[in-house]
Write a protein that binds this ligand. Structure first.
Ligand code: FE2
Ligand code: FE2
Length: 192
């Protein structure tokens, strides 16, 4: 896994500076949380660097690659960018032999989480770092980040709730089923 890190870093040489800066900040936040919560450092770095490998591609790229990796979902027919995480995970597995499910799910589901990723600390970590890195301006970002230092799951639940509330209020996009599933699982886990 460790040998993959410089390869993934090199990938961003050809990507927009803005994306590279975001990914570098996500890595920093994610590694800090990983240290606090004893999450494997190399797995965390691979997932952080891997999460947005294909975030800056044309729509056609997403459609083609989602079909190639058999990832097509009717709900994303008009939102092909939603495939960027799943394509990155499929690519890491197919091209680099990554088999660690926590890494694959953290990368694939970093945008909305999902039922399978909701309770994985690495997936929670990448999800949080992606939305809360310092350049992201959310009202409660600092509060959620501070909470994440002591309770990763509760912080994840808080962010998921905030996202669902925001999406319902704005009514621009439907709330994805994955996000709703993650919410159900996280709230249930919180009461047990
Ligand atoms: Fe992303
Ligand atoms: Fe990202």
């Amino acid at each position: 896994m460790k040998t993959l890190i410089p390869l993934l870093e090199n990938h961003y040489i050809h990507e927009p500076q803005k994306l590279r800066d975001h990914v570098w900040r996500v890595r920093e936040v994610a590694l800090r949380l990983a240290a606090v919560h004893h999450i494997d450092r190399d797995a965390c770095e691979v997932a952080a660097l891997g999460h947005d490998l294909f975030r800056a591609r044309p729509q056609e790229f997403y459609r083609e690659h989602a079909a190639h990796f058999r990832l097509l979902r009717p709900e994303y027919a008009d939102a092909p960018l939603m495939y960027h995480g799943a394509i990155a995970a499929a690519w890491l597995q197919a091209e680099h032999g990554v088999e660690d499910q926590a890494v694959l799910f953290a990368v694939a589901d970093h945008t909305t989480l999902s039922a399978r990723a909701a309770l994985l600390p690495l997936a929670q970590n990448i999800f949080l770092a992606d939305k809360l890195e310092p350049a992201k301006k959310g009202r409660n970002n600092q509060k959620i980040l501070t909470l994440a230092e002591t309770d990763l799951r509760l912080a994840t639940l808080m962010l998921v709730e905030q996202m669902i509330d925001g999406m319902e209020r704005e009514a621009r996009f439907p709330v994805s089923q994955d996000l709703r599933d993650a919410h159900r699982i996280l709230s249930h886990a919180n009461h047990t």
